[in-house]
Design a protein around this ligand. Structure first.
Ligand code: BDP
Length: 696
């Protein structure tokens, strides 16, 4: 058990359960004409062999006597009567149904297209892995979002920006000739969740990835991924016509630039006929873009959109922008640049918006662009890698974070206008919909740098398929498949997972605080960070603490960022009485003796939250200790060690933060709180990657 198999371990089920399943799954009719059909058969065989102890008899022609039938109306005559029904599930949907056929009980895994059958096989395997009875089974599934993508921030030299799981999976040097079998396992894992696209390279893009040698490499990956329903996309450098084409400009209105992109698109599609499209970071953090020529984001996006349109490709244009001149409030920038462009984008352009207005913090309010651009398709970008959440060492299950933003109500069309409904297109009637997760994968044997970070890849994929699902239900499936279906084990692991995100918020940035991580690497506490090239890269800019109080005033008295939300949201966030305490210091600057719901002063509450976060990590350690024997030893040991690291670092965060804020507030610690064992200067002197020891 080294974690390589992810949630697809397919270890033997309990004997009674396996017996019951075997009678329903022994003989299988499954066509084998296409690569995707082949992948479905292979996965089923592999899964059943592992779970039930013997591989099923597979027949390419569905006939009488088979208990399980896989296929589409085209591939299996027996499924022809279901044509209409399957049509209604769309190109990627599927049906699992137990029914009578020719007087016998059969289980159907049926879909309109082959890819739906593969998705259905993964769903069936999940049911077996989690012990769900098949009697009377009826599952109808189709994805709620069209683009369900991973974004790899992988550079061509295999360094992964903000990646914590080793090097990039893509070995550009040996591609296209060598196709590492790991690429296929990557595709299987994604297909098991319904992820249907991958952006191979970093948003801080190198134009080289658009040259012919690299396109050939991308084409090889596309070929590996194709049977699994995964399309390849590329991050695109806006100035590529200059760097690669020798043009003098990349101005989107220049005919030579337009021609260059059209030619490039033709070249790409000749090599990768199902190429997905481009992801673009422009005029952000030093990247080139249309504003360099006095043009708008829409001009830039439409330039690329037009080049891809004839081939059916899309452009995902990122709204993560902030100005070169330091703004009064960085969180206001994206709305300022994009909301006025609503309706100006061509139909194959979708604007990709991060979940919150700043940058993947442990907690942020929803991004104000959601609901504010009804005439423009918006997709959401989440980070699966935990840049601001303790990298791969801290156990932080992101399901609750994703769920929180998806369920946030924009109130754009009245109550119930959730972010999930913005991105699934139902709120404003968009057909082009999507979600992207910044991938946390790498060459580490367990893919994600820690066993528990696999859960974040998993949860992202499941929510991408259906953003209305519950993070807890997803955690249950994951824990059962990844560790053990034993209900006591699952319950204990899910308990740890569900509490973990709030724990991290508490020990890092409680009560709406944000961006207090150490400079540059974002690991460990740095609430004192000040100075340097930009104030919005410092902590003091965000917390604004002094002797009198703390918090960023984003109300009408301050930056008025609240005005970017619909009035029903702005009224809540902007009102000290109504703002949820979890976002208090995001929106308000308040005195240290501000009364909290608990009756305590803000100062006492803040210190209490920091300590609560540390205690929660201790509770996770206790739960995990209780799982010794219930979880295999190799993974148990590694998780236990990582929890020890997390506990030390949670304590470090708490002590450093309390010492720092106390140096400003000048207030005594509340009764019962242990003073930080070291003076503030000690915490300020610690350098990454040297985690704090015991004071030696
Ligand atoms: C920030 C990361 C930076 C990314 C940037 C982005 O620190 O490495 O390039 O986001 O999303 O969170 O473009």
């Amino acid at each position: 058990e080294d974690g390589y198999a992810l949630w697809m371990r397919y270890v033997p089920l309990d004997a009674a359960l396996a017996d019951a399943y075997r009678s329903q799954l022994g003989a299988v009719g499954a066509p084998d004409q296409t690569p995707t059909q082949h992948a479905a058969r292979e996965e089923l065989s592999r899964g059943l062999a592992g779970l039930l102890g013997s591989a099923p008899q597979l027949h390419a022609d569905a006939g009488v006597g088979q208990a399980l039938i896989l296929g589409t109306p085209q591939s299996s005559a027996q499924l022809a009567p279901y044509r209409k029904d399957l049509e209604s599930l769309g190109a990627e949907g599927y049906l699992l149904r137990q029914t009578q056929l020719g007087g016998r009980e059969v289980l159907l895994v049926a879909a309109r297209e082959d890819i739906g059958v593969l998705y259905g096989v993964f769903h069936l395997l999940r049911l077996l892995q989690t012990g769900v009875p098949l009697q009377g089974l009826e599952v109808r599934e189709s994805p709620k979002l069209k683009l369900r993508l991973l974004n790899h921030w992988d550079n061509l030299d295999r360094y992964v920006e903000r990646g914590y799981a080793g090097s990039s999976l893509w070995d550009w040097q040996t591609l296209p000739d060598w196709r590492d079998p790991r690429y296929t396992d990557y595709a299987r894992a994604n297909a098991s969740l319904g992820i249907n696209g991958t952006v191979l390279n970093n948003v801080n893009a190198n134009a080289l990835s658009l040259t012919r040698p690299y396109l050939l490499k991308a084409a090889a990956l596309a070929e590996v991924f194709r049977p699994y329903g995964i399309r390849v996309y590329l991050s695109t450098r806006f100035s590529a016509p200059i760097e690669l084409g020798g043009l003098k400009t990349a101005d989107p209105l220049d005919p030579a630039v337009q021609r260059w992109w059209r030619d490039k698109a033709n070249e790409i599609y000749a090599l990768i006929p199902d190429f997905g499209g481009f992801l673009v970071k422009a005029n952000s953090e030093g990247q080139p873009g249309p504003q360099d020529y006095g043009r708008s984001h829409a001009d830039g996006a439409n330039l690329l959109g037009d080049a891809l349109a004839a081939h059916g490709g899309v452009v995902m244009w990122r709204a993560f922008v902030y100005a070169h001149d330091v703004p009064e409030d960085r969180t206001k920038q994206a709305y300022g640049e994009f909301s006025g462009l609503d309706g100006a984008f061509h139909p194959n352009v979708i604007v990709q918006v991060k979940n919150g207005p700043l940058d993947f913090q442990p907690r942020e309010p929803l991004h104000p662009l959601f609901g504010a651009m009804p005439h423009t398709p918006l997709m959401m970008e989440l980070q699966i890698s935990k840049e601001y959440l303790g990298f791969a060492t801290h156990l932080v299950y992101l399901g609750p974070l994703y769920e929180e933003v998806l369920r946030s109500d924009t109130h754009a069309r009245g109550a119930g206008s959730t972010v999930a409904r913005v991105i699934d297109g139902s709120l404003d009637g968009h057909a082009l919909t999507g979600i992207a997760g910044v991938a946390n994968t790498g060459t580490d044997r367990n893919w994600t740098g820690s066993h528990f970070d696999q859960a974040n890849w998993y949860a992202f994929g499941r929510l991408a398929w259906n953003p209305h699902q519950s993070a807890r239900d997803i955690a249950k499936d994951w824990a059962a498949m990844t560790f053990s279906p034993d209900p006591a084990v699952v319950q204990s692991i899910v308990g740890m997972m569900m509490a973990s995100r709030e724990a991290a918020v508490d020990y890092m940035t409680p009560l709406g605080l944000h961006h207090l991580m150490a400079r540059g690497h974002h690991y460990g506490p740095g609430p004192w960070v000040a100075g340097g090239p930009r104030v919005d890269w410092t902590s003091v800019y965000y917390h604004r603490a002094d002797r009198d109080g703390i918090g960023f005033d984003r109300t009408a008295h301050g930056s008025n960022a609240v005005a970017q939300y619909a009035p029903a949201v702005a009224n809540v966030y902007g009102d000290l009485e109504q703002v949820p305490e979890s976002l208090l210091l995001w929106f308000h600057h308040v005195p240290w003796d501000h009364r909290m719901h608990s009756g305590r002063s803000l100062w006492d509450e803040l210190v209490g939250r920091y300590s609560r976060g540390v205690r929660q990590v201790q509770a996770m350690q206790d739960s995990w200790d209780g799982l010794k024997g219930g979880v295999d030893a190799p993974r148990h040991q590694q998780v236990a060690a990582f929890l020890r690291i997390q506990h030390n670092e949670a304590q470090w965060w708490r002590d450093a933060s309390v010492a720092y804020f106390q140096s400003l507030s000048g207030r005594p610690l509340p009764a019962g709180e242990v003073p930080p064992p070291q003076p503030l200067a000690y915490y300020q002197s610690l350098q990454f990657p040297f985690a704090p020891g015991d004071g030696r």
